[in-house]
Design a protein. Structure first.
Ligand code: ADP
Ligand code: ZN
Ligand code: ZN
Length: 817
């Protein structure tokens, strides 16, 4: 009898691969364990065992697996089911889901190793000096890692030398895998067992008479152990005894003390819960009841609650409920909304039961959360996370909360799977038999439609907590202000007045500008030329901080130019404006007040956000200038004025969601004003004060915004009435993209008819030297999604079978944004 395993490889190929295993391995292996397998000529991948069987593959000879990497499965059945759905729904391979879902440390990288080529006949005189050094080193040890070669040669780039050595047959490359993840170990000490009896201990203390410090250490250890049953850390012993680690070390060397290690977690919250949850007011109470009732016959309930209505406190009650039933809870937020404010708040209620999982955390921290969830440890019973947290190994979810459910950043853009975390969460909940609560002040059109049609439950919380009034929103027509010369830079007299008044009262101010960088575009006044990115089809933007021009798509950068690159004129001007320029202007307008900026440039790194936020919270900063990061669930007590510098930049965007999004963004920013007692003030500057969206924002009228938008969606055949699949072709060769896209669109039309749109170049049609061209497939209600996708897949395969098109990359984006 022969044994085989079908494994999932972390690659885009839509199939599984079969490897040979021994009988013992077959008995040991379980679905969800990782194995290292050879692939291709020399690669080694980490693969996931999916099936164990006895059927020899018919078309190829199965290779042996290299190694088993786990003793127990690290991925569970629920996940595999969910991943399978994700792969099918979002039209990618399950291997791609596997690769995205696991922390990279679980995917064991290949590290290149060079080894001596024993069979070759080497003519040493044929080797150059550096080559000889490597050759010689390999006489002493059979393999070298690339970085060891670097050390020997005292240089970084050794690939060319290695390549020559390979060509000369001196070495060959070997790929080996290694574990990246190293659990953090904490050192502990205990008294050696030979001193366990009291008599032995007394004798020891006598012996240590001449070494008072060592004696001190032993005494301290003794008294610490008497106080607690827990192991004693070396660090604690050092502190309590007041003796240096060297003294402790010498006792360990003498075998008086014994040292041992215990693995600890990096994601560590040592505190207990310190607060009881708040008592809900009558409106929150009513909402809670509606949600619970909704859950009786619906799996999903939408909670529409205006900003500062106390949604979070309602979530907390539902979480308590789920915990009481010993269920796991997933609390999803968009990446940028995951603030320390919220983490602290939840940890106050739930102590160390709360684990945080998002991309700003290190690989090791993510591995720890993964393991805690996998083992169903109570310290990860509530996971607070961004998008990727839907991929964790939950085994018994009871509740998923998707807060700020309207946020576009729940959709993964690149790479595959291009999933929407809200939608993936709903499917995940179905797998677990769990409930989903979607929360937002400004629900997405899709979710509100689902609530309206009865697919989801709905509860509306329309009052701010403490009956604080919704902010007063004033529109300022900047076209007129310009005409009347009432503008200073980008600030109208009205905004300046209000700012002055707030500052006089010692209040803080938030200013919103939806562009980062300083004066994004540099343009020549003489010939109109604007410096372009050489790799992408966009203008470079100016970054004052480094005095550089940079590309926001590929990161290309060059020094700011003194003269026009096209005509040499030195009359360059900057167009458009961003947060940096606003910050600069504020400093000039209010030189006695402190200004800070919050955007991608100032908040890099894990603690980037927290620093800016806590400075503002501590009122070290009077005026905070920022991008959309400011919109997300922040709760500042002392802010009563919010200024939106230019609403039009949001509205004029070529996208069917642009209006919905502008409304959401402006409402959210406005929601930062006046969250406590006083009514807040919002000033929106715009060239089009009569624009319907601006009007709807100013009257806080979600209902008519929804009515307008849903009608437009129906009329122009967009979601939720039609589903969208965007197919993007990418290639460096412009003609190839053009021809290929035409071929593909024509073929698709034969089966899908009028609902195939394009091909068309997107607004930025060249990125990183690749041309992009899009085809949009619209799928009407009632047309089978499954069949449509199968059809697209079939046509894609015939496309890739055309030899010249094989070089074209095809990206599928289901429910594209
Ligand atoms: P939302 O999530 O809807 O924006 P929050 O839950 O952040 O609103 O609540 C806004 C503010 O009101 C917070 O400071 C919160 O602590 C406070 N709050 C909400 N509900 C209560 C309550 N029932 N008792 C006391 N304070 C509350
Ligand atoms: Zn010029
Ligand atoms: Zn670029």
């Amino acid at each position: 009898m022969q044994y085989f395993t079908d494994v999932i490889l972390p690659i885009p190929l839509q199939r599984e691969f079969t490897y040979r295993i021994s009988e013992a391995e077959a008995r040991f292996l379980k679905r969800g364990m990782r194995v290292a397998v050879p692939f291709g000529k020399s690669k080694v991948y980490t693969a996931l065992v999916n099936k164990i069987h006895n059927d020899r593959p018919t078309v190829y000879e199965a290779k042996d697996i290299e190694q088993i990497l786990d003793e127990v499965p690290v991925v569970n059945e629920h996940q595999l089911k969910h991943w399978q759905w994700m792969a099918e729904y979002y039209m990618c391979s399950i291997g791609e889901v596997f690769r995205t879902a696991m922390p990279s440390a679980f995917l064991l990288e290949s590290e290149t190793i060079v080894q001596r080529n024993d069979t070759a006949n080497i003519d040493e005189s044929d080797l150059k000096d550096e080559e000889f050094l490597v050759y010689e080193a390999l006489q002493h040890q059979s393999v070298l890692k690339v970085h060891e070669v670097s050390d020997i040669l005292e240089k970084k780039k050794v690939f060319p030398i290695l390549r020559r050595l390979i060509e000369k047959g001196v070495i060959s490359l070997k790929e080996e895998i290694y574990e990246q993840y190293k659990p953090k170990l904490v050192r502990y000490v205990k008294l050696s067992t030979s001193y366990a009896s009291e008599a032995a201990l007394h004798q020891l203390l006598d012996e240590l008479h001449r070494a008072p410090k060592q004696r001190q250490v032993v005494m301290t250890l003794f008294s610490l152990s008497a106080k607690t049953k827990k192991p004693i850390k070396v660090k604690d012993l050092e502190r309590e005894s007041g003796c240096a680690v060297a003294i402790i070390r010498s006792l360990i060397d003498k075998d008086v003390l014994e040292e041992f290690h215990i693995q600890t977690d990096r994601v560590h919250y040592s505190g207990e819960a310190t607060e009881a949850s708040k008592e809900l007011n009558e409106f929150q109470q009513e909402t809670l009841q509606e949600v619970i009732q909704g859950f009786e016959d619906k799996n999903v309930v939408l909670l529409q609650g205006v900003t500062s209505s106390g949604k979070t406190e309602v979530y907390v009650k539902l979480i308590e409920e789920a915990l009481a039933q010993e269920k796991q809870v997933l609390y999803l937020l968009p990446e940028i909304a995951l603030t320390t404010q919220l983490i602290d708040r939840l940890q106050n209620y739930f102590g160390e039961k709360v684990a945080v999982y998002h991309s700003r955390y290190s690989v090791n921290e993510r591995v720890e959360v993964w393991n805690n969830v996998l083992k169903r440890r109570s310290k990860a019973q509530i996971v607070l996370g961004a998008r990727s947290a839907v991929n964790l190994p939950f085994s018994d979810l009871g509740l998923i909360i998707v807060d700020e459910e309207h946020e576009a950043s729940f959709k993964q853009y690149d790479p595959a799977p291009r999933y929407h975390a809200r939608d993936a969460a709903i499917v995940l909940a179905t797998i677990h038999g769990a409930k989903v609560l979607l929360g937002s002040a400004t629900p997405s059109i899709e979710s509100f439609y689902n609530a309206n049609t009865g697919k989801y439950g709905l509860s509306v919380l329309s009052r701010r907590f403490g009956n604080v009034l919704m902010p007063d929103i004033e529109l300022v027509d900047i076209k007129e202000k310009h005409r009347k010369k009432r503008m200073k830079g980008h600030f109208s007299d009205r905004l300046i007045e209000e700012m002055q008044e707030s500052l006089n009262k010692g209040e803080q101010i938030i200013l919103f500008q939806n562009r980062r960088g300083y004066a994004p575009i540099v343009e020549c006044n003489t010939c109109g030329h604007a410096p372009q990115c050489p790799n992408c089809d966009v203008s470079l933007t100016y970054h004052q901080f480094r005095d550089q021009l940079r590309c926001h798509y590929c990161g290309y950068q060059m020094a700011m130019q003194q003269a026009c690159l096209a005509c040499g004129s030195n009359e360059l001007s900057t167009k458009g404006f961003g947060t940096q320029q606003i910050e600069q202007e504020v400093k000039e307008l209010f030189p006695d007040h402190k200004v800070a900026r919050m955007d991608l440039d100032t908040t890099r790194g894990k603690h980037g956000f927290s620093k800016v936020i806590s400075a503002f919270e501590q009122q070290e900063v009077d005026i905070l200038v920022g991008t959309q990061m400011l919109t997300k669930g922040l709760d500042f007590r002392n802010v009563n004025l919010v200024g939106i510098l230019n609403a039009d930049a949001l509205l004029n965007y070529p996208d069917f969601r642009a209006h919905e999004r502008s409304f959401q963004l402006m409402q959210q920013v406005a929601g930062r004003a006046g969250r406590t007692k006083k009514r807040g003030k919002v000033i929106i500057q715009t060239y089009n004060p009569w624009h319907q969206i601006v009007q709807q924002v100013s009257s806080n009228d979600y209902a008519s915004m929804y009515e307008d938008q849903i009608n437009e969606r129906r009329q122009y055949k967009y979601p939720p009435f039609f589903r969208l699949i965007r197919i993007t072709l990418k290639q460096r060769d412009y003609n190839l993209v053009n021809e290929g896209a035409a071929w593909l669109a024509k073929a698709l039309r034969q089966g899908l008819g009028e609902y195939v749109l394009g091909p068309e170049f997107p607004p930025v049609s060249r990125i990183r030297n690749e041309y992009h061209k899009n085809i949009l497939v619209k799928i009407p209600e009632g047309q089978s999604l499954r069949k449509t996708k199968d059809h697209i897949q079939k046509i894609r395969n015939s496309f890739l079978a055309v030899p010249q098109y094989r070089k074209v990359k095809i990206v599928m984006d289901v429910d594209c944004y």
